[in-house]
Design a protein around this ligand. Structure first.
Ligand code: CO8
Length: 256
């Protein structure tokens, strides 16, 4: 079986790099199968604290693989149930950082929006061009893009299929940081190293609480946040973090 992704590990960081450069990392079924398996393995591995998903310099991913969908009927697509795989990314508890350069289009933009912190190269370009090939976003684009950019800009991207620059994406709140092209991977890795020094349980619960903001009303979200906040006072890492601060030393978090 081809290695549609390259999986590696640097200290406590699990890295999955999309590996179809000649197809601009178009996301075929095998790529998504391998990617999700890798992310789930990292999530279950006590030695991993955060994950990095990356493409290459030319493309993060230029969308779902059109060759696999060109002749598909409604029933083919329905029975393939590809979105079940995508749903599993939502259940990953550890933080996922995306390193994005070049094209992040269609399913590629949607995959990126499944990640928690998005580091983009200043040459990155984003869009939901499905409208140009007679379809519409299907892996969350209409929902996550609208939540990230607001209705007016999301409609513009989804209905015209136009791409936006990294600067526009950053100004609109779609990506977390932009950096020079030659540093996009290194900066994403640096963010991962930083996350590895944080308390692992606090990271997971904080991620869960932020994602909840997309799902519930403000008052429900605030109650949810408060419960998770209280929970962290049952952890050794809370004691360690606060003691370390008072003792003017760096904390050593154990995820307990
Ligand atoms: N699928 C399959 N192959 C692709 C894709 C893709 N999405 N994107 C690029 N490729 C291939 C090209 O066919 C080409 O292959 P080959 O060399 O064998 O002809 C190679 O990658 C290089 O691409 P180009 O020659 O086109 O490169 P350019 O620099 O000229 O253009 C673009 C770059 C503008 C990014 C152009 O490739 C393009 O428009 N790509 C398609 C973008 C697109 O429409 N994406 C949306 C796809 S649909 C989708 O994502 C729906 C998601 C729904 C959820 C998924 C679950 C089913």
């Amino acid at each position: 079986m081809a290695n549609e992704i390259i999986v590696e590990r640097i200290e406590q960081i699990g890295i999955a790099r999309l590996n179809r450069p000649e197809k601009l990392n178009a996301l075929n079924i095998e790529t998504m199968t391998q990617l999700i398996a890798a992310l789930e393995r990292f999530d279950a591995d006590a030695g991993i604290r955060c994950m990095l998903v990356a493409g290459d310099e030319r493309a993060f991913a230029a969308g779902a693989d059109i060759t696999e969908m060109a002749d598909a009927s409604l029933t083919d697509m329905y029975y393939r149930n590809q979105f079940a795989r995508w749903e599993r990314i939502r259940r990953i508890q550890k933080p996922i950082v995306a390193a994005v350069s070049g094209y992040a289009l269609g399913g590629g933009c949607e995959l990126m929006m499944h990640c928690d912190i998005i580091v983009a190269s200043e040459t990155a370009r984003f869009g939901q061009p499905e409208i140009n090939i007679g379809i519409m976003p299907g892996a969350g684009g209409t929902q996550r893009l609208t939540r990230a950019l607001g209705k007016a800009r999301a409609m513009d991207l989804v209905l015209t299929g136009r791409m936006i620059s990294a600067q526009e994406a950053f100004d609109a709140g779609l990506v977390s940081r932009i950096v020079p092209r030659e540093h996009f991977f290194e900066e994403a890795l640096r963010v991962c190293h930083e996350l590895c020094t944080r308390a692992p349980l606090a990271l997971r619960l904080a991620k869960e609480a932020v994602l909840k903001a997309h799902e519930v009303s403000l008052s429900e979200g605030l109650e949810y946040e408060r419960k998770l906040f209280y929970m962290l006072f049952a952890t050794d890492d809370q004691r360690e973090g606060m003691r370390a601060f008072l003792e003017k030393r760096p904390p050593v978090f154990r995820g307990r």
